[in-house]
Design a protein around this ligand. Structure first.
Ligand code: ATP
Ligand code: ZN
Length: 226
């Protein structure tokens, strides 16, 4: 939604796992920028495509509010917001329009190393710590399992040792963090990678043509990378 604009604005992570690969990918699409003093905004020079550098968690909201037109974000973050909207009966405003091939990880339920995994029914009545409460709730509902979700914004992996939770549901790539906390992966809720997130409805102004130009270039770059 939002006002008419004649430039495209893409939100990317300011610093973190996705920031460098996101900028590199957009640069290979022929984009270049002039950075603002505070380095939060990059003004597009070769094309009217600007960047906003933000925390990844803010990207779905910036898209929903129409502040940004596209965002590069983990599918896990986008789908958590989507699951939250679905649980509230609200319509979706953003969707993944391309998978970008970096930032790969899984959202797993992990259990203490000493515990044997017998299946989802084992979670019945337990406390599960996560930063992805809506994705976890949806999955538990689908399994017909009732559990208490302990919503933590960080350091989820130490919750079992602190006695805050019995299990965790967290992002895993190598599994080293789990091992360091005497946990092991039990079941995967979703696999994730960085995606280009965009609006569910097309642009009604010149951004529509800019968007199709960008997507055409992006598809060319992604094809070469395969
Ligand atoms: P921000 O400061 O922007 O909030 P953050 O700490 O939430 O940063 P990062 O740790 O940089 O974010 O992770 C960004 C994304 O990278 C995740 O949402 C996920 O999609 C992906 N990712 C890939 N591997 C991992 C991993 N092992 N742990 C966490 N995220 C991972
Ligand atoms: Zn974050």
């Amino acid at each position: 939604g939002g006002a008419t604009r004649d430039r495209l604005r893409i939100a990317i992570q300011k610093s973190g796992r996705l920031s460098e690969p996101a900028r590199a990918l957009l640069a290979s699409c022929g984009l270049s920028w002039r950075e603002s003093r505070d380095k939060l905004f990059c003004y597009g020079e070769t094309l009217p495509v600007d960047l906003l550098l933000v925390r990844d968690d803010d990207i779905p909201g910036l898209l929903a509010d129409g502040v940004c037109d596209y965002g590069i974000v983990g599918r896990n973050v986008l789908d958590e917001v989507g699951a939250d909207r679905a649980l509230r009966g609200q319509p979706q405003v953003s969707k993944a329009v391309r998978s970008l091939g970096f930032g790969g990880c899984r959202l797993d339920i992990a259990i203490p190393e000493s515990t044997e995994w017998t299946g989802p029914a084992q979670l019945q009545g337990s406390r599960i710590a996560t930063s992805y409460p809506s994705l976890l709730q949806q999955w538990l509902d689908a399994q017909g399992v009732q559990a208490t979700i302990v919503n933590l914004s960080g350091s989820v992996e130490i919750a079992p040792r602190l006695g805050q939770a019995d299990f965790i549901c967290d992002l895993v790539s190598s599994g080293a963090t789990l091992t360091a906390n005497q946990l092991k992966p039990a079941v995967t809720l979703m696999t994730s990678e960085a995606v280009l997130a965009g609006p569910v409805t097309p642009f009604a102004d010149v951004r529509g043509e800019l968007a199709s130009l960008l997507l055409r270039r992006l598809d060319g770059v992604l094809r070469l990378r395969d």
